[in-house]
Design a protein around this ligand. Sequence first.
Ligand code: FPP
Length: 244
Amino acid sequence: MIQSDTEYTNPEGLHVGMIMDGNGRWAAARGQPRLFGHRRGAKVVTEMVETAPALGIGTLTLYAFSSDNWKRPAREVSGLMRLFRSYLASETARCVENGVRLCIIGRRDRLSPALIHAIQAAEQTTRAGKRLLLRIAIDYSARDSIVAAARCAGECFPGSREEFGALIARVTNSPVVPEVDLLIRTGGEQRLSDFLLWECAYAELAFPDCMWPEMDARRLGRVIEDFHSRERRFGGLAHTAAAS
Ligand code: FPP
């Protein structure tokens, strides 16, 4: 179902996206099954959420399960789904305490009734959170969301880019969010993997040299510091060039 959330004001601050890659390899390097890495990865999620507001992040969008991840072995998929449920069950109260609004973006029709119930409960319980909007992408595909928004828009869409972006947010069950400022991918790969393709049009990209289970507050702090040293021109000119 599409949420209608016109009253919502997005928290101030950066929008940071994270592709949490490398759990499986981190676990394999320790002779452990892939789910061991995912469980460790869930702990890192908690650390990122706790650290984000102090680093000036107002919206955090995490890629937890892509629509292509259904191709993985059933055991890994069901383990991840269980992990999402237990994360929602254990973290909702902490989110309320810390002013974090939780929102799960992506398709819902292929999730189990128990997970959908947990998502609805977490979203409802945390809806007043104003310090951080935490969006977790589950069964998410950026291309599918763009196609769904285009279908809603119809043949002769008279709206602006911003209005089309708002439609994309709506079809993924999200409040309207600003575009992504910074996209972080761990795990050594440098690709987008169908994540936030529209929202990342002018995102800065960062690839910290670690697997997701090794990501921590210190590394995030360094990435944010580096982000602030960059000059974002959005297709314009550098300040110095524009003045001359
Ligand atoms: C990609 O790395 C990671 C995933 C498909 C799952 C991400 C899930 C988590 C970080 C844990 C739970 C999240 C929440 C929100 C509770 P990979 O496992 O494919 O790594 P690999 O490339 O080393 O195989």
